[in-house]
Design a binder for this molecule. Sequence first.
Ligand SMILES: Nc1ncnc2c1ncn2[C@@H]1O[C@H](COP(=O)(O)OP(=O)(O)O)[C@@H](O)[C@H]1O
Ligand SMILES: [Mg+2]
Length: 374
Amino acid sequence: MDVRVHNIRKEFGRFPALDDVSLDIRSGELIALLGPSGSGKTTLLRLVAGLESPTEGTIFFGDEDASQKTVQERNIGFVFQHYALFRHMTVLDNVAFGLKVRPSNRRPPSAEIRKRALDLLDLVQLSGLDKRYPAQLSGGQRQRVALARAMAVEPNVLLLDEPFGALDAQVRKELRKWLRDIHDRTGHTTIFVTHDQDEALELADRVVVMSKGVIEQVGTPDEIYDHPVSPFVYGFIGQSNCLNVTLQNGEIWFEDRPIGLRAPSEPDGPAKLHFRPHDIELIDGCGGCLAGLVAASRRVAGTRHLELDLGRNHPHVEIELSPERAAAGDHSRIAFRPTKWKLFREEQANAAATPEPPAEVETAEPFELARTGS
Ligand SMILES: Nc1ncnc2c1ncn2[C@@H]1O[C@H](COP(=O)(O)OP(=O)(O)O)[C@@H](O)[C@H]1O
Ligand SMILES: [Mg+2]
């Protein structure tokens, strides 16, 4: 089902957790909400579920205004970071729960419920574990049961709030691939919350980058990584460097010299130059380029990372080279030039800034699925 979030504002007290957020989610899409803690991801998910109501704005399910629908009628599947499986029920009963509690006119016959639950356990690769209790499962297995339970009701939308957040890195990675695979097979419209950029970029059809209650950018993983639209997105997704530069007659200057990069349509004045560590070329005998002294060198898997000191008034710059290129010792001088870069002017940088939110408030405990009737 299509879900359209339309100019949503959500205040807690007078502080806006979401400020004029709009988002169109297409039927069958897997969308990741990505942002630092406190950026409003969970709040947006709870608004879609109907667990919170907006201060302003509307959420549409298809063409219908969802505020006219109860939580039950929205028919949502929800999975939380801290699995809320029913401890006293077997795995099978957990998965079947949402169907068993339906009013009799909408409840499938019990043989059908059992078959559907067993099929779902098969889908999440837990067949044979149907008689176990949650305490007899690993963390990853429990989250797979939670997902099967959320899917059992054939939800209009599947909402996953950091579902792998409590699991260790290896299991997270496996479940990430597995979830994408399940999504491709079942095609549920899915909103997935994470603060982990790798997870978002690897899993999602489109990524929604959030910061301080606003959407900074929506795009495919490639668009978000290759064409960040704001300093925040540049800094939050992947590694990036940021240097203070000035523009003079369409040329970019660093301190007292032009560095061989041109931006002909940009007016004169200060700017911030952003570039990624791997988007650089080394230059021999540099006349117009950037240069710095090696402050640290680290081998990271297939690449070498050099930290360069460009002068007292600047943060260190990180560049990435192939290991064989980097016989450079400490304090040796490296001259380079960004090959892909982007300028942001102060007014753009400020436009994205909003007042600091008050200290972090813990959001409500995961609600029991029983309360949604799903
Ligand atoms: N029930 C609540 N009462 C007061 N403030 C809240 C409540 N829920 C969330 N907030 C605040 O709203 C902001 C966004 O929170 P949240 O949506 O949980 O962010 P995220 O999921 O991205 O970490 C935070 O500053 C948080 O403290
Ligand atoms: Mg959250």
